[in-house]
Design a protein around this ligand. Structure first.
Ligand code: ADP
Ligand code: ASP
Ligand code: MG
Length: 402
């Protein structure tokens, strides 16, 4: 069972979450609970770090961020005990979650669950801190934003749990963010592939890396409400859908990225490689790398999207490179958002893209960048128009109806 930040935001909610774990334990199930930091605490800790340092040291930032989850597990274990069930809290390192060096976006290398297993066999509910591990230097690391989902799925995988329950503040995975589109419909079952597209496109409800892990290890995941009863959404292996049709299944919004453009780059072999190498060296995540066709003057533009926190580093790296390769300048567009239609069969059915772009045009929305695959149609636009775009597309493709 994993409880997200909103589900452990205050003492009453912690007690309510603990009640669920205790009930499952009383039914004879062994329960491992993963908890996130309460409420917005991770954001607040990041702000705090930036108030003492412009560029906080990554090791110390991880040391700080890990405290949010540690607060939650201790309170969770106390809450279980006050409900009469033995329980124990374990930090990521105590739980045997071994991760690599990359501070703030560390990968899980291995899990040694012996201590968890010992505590389970002593009859305890085990509360494990999400989002953290220990690296080979014995330093605590964090697993990227939303990383408690990854902790939960990884533990379910190594412990061969029957499934992994993700408790959150919505009833499941919807056809669009229900906060933006009130008519959005809860999806009963979704394949790993589609959920991965949706998560990659910015649907916050599950961390993309956790879905990749669930797929690789065949962990069935149920996303459900912490506050309401009833079934949620199952993320699992699903046989292929209709083979020849195009289906549009959901629409996602991502406001977490910025666009960088290297303007008037000499059109020569090897330039794109040098651009991306500079960013790869710094471990900067990239998306939508687009190179325009060369002009008569023998130059082109290279644009890409990168997560907001990487913008400064990425821009500085590209500016330095621009000087060396003779590109004119680097533009940074911060007020942008990415709206993605997720589904299947888009390559064979260009009418879907035509309909999407047409509807955005009718709504007076200018598209800044487009990228498409068979499984998604993705448009970058001014962030002021993004919510409208999501609602327009949700309605256009009648996603609220079955
Ligand atoms: P937690 O704190 O439990 O990890 P998150 O805030 O990370 O919760 O994720 C839940 C939020 O994801 C919801 O409140 C909702 O606004 C947002 N969300 C975005 N897209 C979707 C979607 N397609 N279906 C459900 N929720 C979505
Ligand atoms: N607390 C971490 C975050 O806000 C991890 C999580 O909630 O999954 O990103
Ligand atoms: Mg989350």
């Amino acid at each position: 069972m994993k409880f997200g930040g909103t589900s452990v935001a205050d003492p009453e909610k912690i007690l309510r979450a603990a009640e669920r774990a205790v009930q499952a334990r009383r039914k004879g199930q062994d329960v491992v609970v993963v908890v996130s930091a309460p409420g917005e605490m991770t954001d607040e800790l990041i702000d705090l770090a930036h108030r003492v340092s412009k560029e906080p040291d990554a090791r110390e930032l991880d040391a700080l961020l890990a405290t949010g989850e540690q607060m939650s597990i201790a309170l969770f274990a106390m809450a279980c005990r006050s409900l009469g069930a033995p329980a124990i809290s374990l930090t990521g390192p105590q739980a045997g979650i071994l991760a690599d060096e990359r501070h703030t976006s560390s990968r899980i290398l291995e899990i040694r669950p012996q201590k968890i297993l010992r505590e389970l066999s002593a009859g305890k509910v085990v509360a494990v801190a999400g989002f953290q591990g220990v690296n080979p230097q014995e330093d605590v690391t964090t697993l990227g934003r939303g990383g408690s989902d990854l902790t939960a799925v990884a533990l379910a995988a190594v412990m061969k749990a029957s499934h992994c329950e993700i408790f959150t503040d919505v009833k499941g995975v919807y056809t669009a963010d229900p906060r933006i589109v009130p008519e959005a419909r809860k999806i009963a079952r979704i394949s790993y592939e589609e959920m991965l597209e949706l998560a990659d496109a910015g649907a916050q409800v599950m961390q993309a890396r956790s879905i990749d892990m669930a797929n690789r290890y065949g962990v069935r995941v149920q996303v459900r409400s912490s506050f309401q009863a009833g079934p949620g959404t199952w993320i699992e292996k699903i046989g292929e859908g209709p083979m020849e049709d195009a289906t549009v299944s959901s629409v996602a919004l991502d406001k977490g990225e910025v666009r960088l453009t290297l303007v008037e780059v000499p059109d020569k072999p090897g330039i794109a490689a040098r651009v991306i190498t500079e960013l790869a060296k710094r471990d900067i995540p990239l998306d939508m790398i687009v190179q325009s066709a060369p002009t008569h003057a023998g130059v082109n533009d290279i644009s890409l999207m990168t997560p907001r926190p990487s913008a400064g580093t990425a821009k500085a790296a590209l500016e330095e490179l621009a000087r060396r390769i003779g590109a004119r300048r680097v533009d940074l567009a911060e007020a942008v958002a990415k709206v993605t239609l997720v589904g299947t069969g888009f390559r064979r059915h260009p009418a879907v893209a035509a309909k999407m772009f047409g509807a955005l045009a009718d709504a007076g929305i200018n598209i800044l960048m487009i990228s498409t695959t068979d499984l998604k149609l993705c448009c970058v636009m001014d962030s002021r128009h993004a919510e409208t775009a999501v609602r327009v597309l949700h309605k256009l493709f009648k996603l609220g109806r079955r």
